[in-house]
Design a protein around this ligand. Structure first.
Ligand SMILES: [Zn+2]
Length: 569
């Protein structure tokens, strides 16, 4: 019985992001989360500030404030916003420029030194890997490795895919602790295709729980890469675990990439679970077929009080590994109607694959990065008009990354999907070219991520994403007339331009478009470490007392059936 009990203990998992609000013109605005946190008294204009930003167009997406002001920063805080003259130790002339909350990227898979200059050049002051994340037991190490050596703020979730690779394939070769390690664990396939039995399921959940206990920002799951292995029950249990901590699941949904039916159903799975669990959730990169329905689902759920949001990047192509399950001919060619020679491009060489050359490469370098074209260019501008959504880059490691450093010249960097370097500046450029209101993109770049994360109780995000007195001075200063991306599919590492100055935690990290070496004020964005785990393993007895019948397709069905049979006797 005991042995079968182990088998029976059930389990499962999921992922995603973003958010939405309403149909009114004012729809970027949500109820403020700052009441309890913002008791800050503005400092007088006579203060000797650390940094002053003069004559800029200050834009605050929470209050819709938009006016020419001077900004005084003291001890890392926006201490005064005023029309009076002010002085400080350092002065930035922002005449003709927008002074916006620093851009917050909830979906950046590369949080390593060689990418930091590109992040700052694109105006990003916080980067978070919330779709994938770090291997649960390594979350603390992941954070510690970056403290004091990172110019931007950083965060990570607890990684479902890594937990599965560890439990189902025995993977244990951690180097980066987060997404880049997938290059090695994805060589095997158990993480993608195996349905865990009850014992394995409990192990996977325990690994994820360890990350949450150590302060990870929710759980990230790439269920779209694990369509066969992750049952609906597993995904639900993963969301339930994150909900136990009041945190979100960031999900690459089951059907992505897919048809409008598959895509929409994947988000519906995530959001139905979120509703049942009263849990936060992120529909990651829903810039795919069915996006307008997904957006309405998010908007309506938010109107009912659910903390669910969505993210997207303004590009027609995605990026993944060559051996992704959805790139197999049955799915990519037969089901979705794509041709490899028109849609699957090698990141390093720029050449397109054929079915034959893909199969050949799978034998020698199965996890090679590729760019995959999947949406019409015309859809991009429509995405940027969707209220309440977060811009999120899904930025990828540069390939190859061996021996890259903070100051490796841009032209000597390898290649990556251009969203890694140009995501935010591209959104502003497209908004300018297509008459989308500037405040809409300012909100999408900052507040629309900070607000839902703050509502989850993440204090660091209750005081960011806003240009208000008392908020943390993460600030991006850009020229709305010239801000633009320069990264292309052929050369994805060219930095954005039109963003001359960036401030992180009150410290200037970029001046006159030149990121400053050795200036590393970036802070860890995380929840407090908890002494005790909140997770209790699943077992047959608790399951039956709570739900009366055993789940049918939680793990390995035959083992479950046998165990249930045993249990009933
Ligand atoms: Zn994804």
């Amino acid at each position: 019985m005991t042995k079968h009990l182990n088998y029976l203990t059930v389990c499962l998992f999921a992922c995603m992001l973003a958010f939405s609000s309403c149909q009114s013109p004012d729809s970027n605005r949500q109820e403020s989360t700052q009441d309890s946190t913002n008791s800050y008294t503005p400092l007088p204009a006579s203060t000797d500030f650390d940094v002053v930003i003069l004559n800029g167009r200050v834009m605050d997406p929470e209050t819709n404030f938009d006016g020419i002001r001077n900004v005084g920063i003291k001890d890392g805080i926006i201490a005064l916003i005023t029309e009076e003259d002010i002085k400080g130790k350092e002065t930035i002339d922002a005449t003709g420029h927008v002074v916006a909350p620093g851009f917050i990227d909830q979906h950046q898979h590369c949080v390593d030194p060689y990418i930091f200059r590109l992040m700052v050049r694109d105006g990003r002051t916080t980067i978070m890997d919330l779709e994938h994340g770090a291997f649960g037991p390594k979350v603390d190490e992941w954070y510690k490795k970056r403290e004091g050596v990172t110019p931007v703020n950083f965060a990570v979730s607890s990684n479902h895919e890594a937990a599965r690779a560890h439990v189902l394939d025995g993977f244990n070769e951690w180097k980066f602790f987060n997404t880049p390690d997938a290059l090695w664990w994805r060589v095997k396939q158990g993480w993608s295709k195996t349905r865990p039995n009850l014992e394995q399921g409990n192990q996977i959940l325990s690994v994820l729980d360890e990350g949450l206990r150590m302060g990870a920002i929710g759980i990230g799951s790439t269920t779209g890469y694990m369509r066969e292995g992750v049952s609906p029950r597993e995904l639900f249990e993963v969301q339930k675990l994150s909900a136990l901590y009041g945190r979100q699941l960031g999900l690459h949904v089951r059907g992505t990439p897919g048809t409008d039916v598959q895509e929409s159903n994947g988000h519906q799975e995530l959001l139905a679970n979120a509703a049942a669990l009263n849990a936060p959730a992120i529909s990651m990169h829903f810039n795919n077929p069915g996006y307008n329905l997904v957006h309405e689902l998010l908007v309506r759920m938010r109107e009912q009080g659910h903390n669910v949001w969505g993210g997207l990047y303004p590009y027609a192509a995605g990026s993944t590994a060559l051996n992704a399950v959805f790139l197999d001919p049955d799915t990519w060619v037969k089901e979705l109607g794509n041709k490899y020679e028109e849609t699957v491009m090698d990141v390093q060489t720029g050449e397109y694959y054929t079915q034959e050359s893909r199969e050949k490469m799978l034998k020698t370098d199965p996890t090679r990065p590729v760019v995959v074209f999947k949406m019409p260019e015309s859809a991009i501008v429509e995405w940027l008009k969707l209220p309440g959504v977060a811009i999120a880059s899904d930025g990828m490691p540069i390939y190859p990354w061996d021996s890259l450093k903070w100051d490796t010249p841009y032209e000597e960097l390898g290649n990556a999907h251009p969203r890694s370097a140009g995501c935010y500046a591209k959104a502003f450029r497209l908004a300018r070219e297509n008459d989308i209101p500037l405040m809409q993109i300012v909100a999408m770049s900052s507040y629309n991520t900070a607000n839902p994360l703050g509502k989850m109780g993440l204090k660091a995000m209750q005081v960011r994403g806003r240009m208000q007195v008392g908020m943390v001075a993460d600030i991006t200063i850009f020229d709305p007339a010239t801000i633009q991306d320069n990264a292309t599919y052929a050369k994805g590492t060219l930095p954005s331009t039109g963003i001359p100055h960036v401030i992180v935690n009150g410290v200037i990290v970029m001046r006159d478009s030149e990121p400053l070496a050795g200036v590393n004020p970036g802070q860890a964005i995380r929840f407090p470490v908890e002494e005790k785990s909140r997770f209790e393993g699943l077992n047959v007895d608790t399951w039956k007392s709570e739900f009366y019948v055993m789940p049918e397709h939680f793990g390995c069905t035959s083992e479950l059936d046998a165990a249930v049979e045993e249990h009933q006797h």
